[in-house]
Ligand binder design. Structure first.
Ligand code: A3P
Length: 305
């Protein structure tokens, strides 16, 4: 059906999750053909939860010895999405297959229950980042608005909110996406790291350190004393990356049909930006779903005061 978020794209409900048609083809191809290796590391998220940030951090952590001179670091000239490919978007292309061989990472928005079976069975590591559903929703609304041609009628915030709460959004329902990984973590906690956008934004260093430990590239005491951890956090910060020419200009995407301006991935990078967009009633509508879905799970409640 037409998902309603944009008049230009039909969405498909597949295994309980709403997909853009281009990426759905990639999801099905990955389910049929992708063979994960135990050494792979998957960076997983629902859209607009901090994927770009996580890609930059993972890339910078693993390559920090090779690129110790930050003045010529690849992130200064390469958009994070081009440093780490997407499973359902890019994995078929030769160029990206080569990148995968170099780095252990692949990113995906596929919910846990739809991941290719080999990812579940091979025991490889999974990092999941998530964020307050209210901010993820506002971020998604802006993002879809940015990528919708100016002459197309765009959905109102109110309509988008209703759809989002009903679960209709790209890779939605948002809450079920988070829960799919959260519940899977109970089975194999050692293979999954959960990162919380808000915690990272308030105090990045502990999460960057945890991420480095988890992906097998811990910071040594010398590195910490020399400020390497801090430098990587600064390099990957919203403030730094969003101000680079490469992220202000240019496009990225698996093919020109779905290429998106890099700047669309860097908007405000704030905790609680929903407060400038949602009325108390709209926030309560989202909180109500969050209460129903996250209540009693141990996930942050994200309910407004
Ligand atoms: P906002 O729209 O709230 O600003 P994703 O990368 O999953 O598409 O998520 C995009 C969101 O993460 C956007 O949120 C974007 O501004 C924010 N973001 C991008 N890079 C970031 C970074 N380095 N640090 C913090 N937030 C970042």
């Amino acid at each position: 059906r037409q998902c309603g978020w944009t008049p230009l794209v039909d969405c498909y409900l597949y295994q309980g999750c709403w997909h853009h048609p281009f990426f759905l083809r990639g999801v099905i191809a990955a389910q049929q053909h992708f063979e994960a290796q135990p050494t792979d590391i998957f960076l997983c998220s629902a859209p607009k939860s901090g994927t770009t940030w996580l890609k930059a951090l993972a890339f910078a952590i693993v390559t920090r010895k090779k690129y110790s001179d930050l003045s010529s670091h690849p992130l200064l000239s390469t958009m994070p999405h081009q440093c780490i490919p997407s499973l359902e978007g890019d994995v078929a292309s030769k160029e990206h297959a080569d990148q995968i061989a170099e780095l252990p990472f692949l990113a995906t928005h596929i919910p846990y229950h739809s991941l290719p079976k080999s990812i579940i069975s091979c025991g490889c590591k999974i990092v999941y980042i998530f964020r307050d559903p209210k901010d993820a929703f506002v971020s998604m609304w802006h993002f879809v608005s940015r990528i919708t041609p100016k002459d197309a009628t765009y959905i109102s915030l109110e309509e988008a909110l209703e759809l989002f709460c009903e679960g209709v959004s790209f890779y939605g329902p948002y809450w079920d996406h988070v829960l799919s990984f959260w519940n899977a973590r109970k089975e194999a906690p050692q293979r999954m790291l959960f990162l919380v956008y808000e915690e990272m934004r308030k105090e990045p260093l502990p999460s960057v350190k945890n991420l480095a430990d988890f992906i097998g590239h811990p910071f040594s005491v010398e590195e910490e004393n020399e400020g390497v951890l801090q430098k990587i956090a600064d390099l990957c910060s919203f403030e730094y990356l969003s101000d680079l020419d490469v992220n202000k200009n240019g496009k990225n995407g698996p093919n020109p049909a779905v290429a998106i301006e890099n700047s669309a991935f860097f908007r405000k990078g704030k905790i609680g930006d929903w407060q400038s967009h949602l009325t108390p009633e709209m926030a309560e509508r989202l909180d109500q779903v969050t209460r129903e879905k996250f209540g009693g799970t141990g996930l942050p409640s994200y309910v407004s005061d």
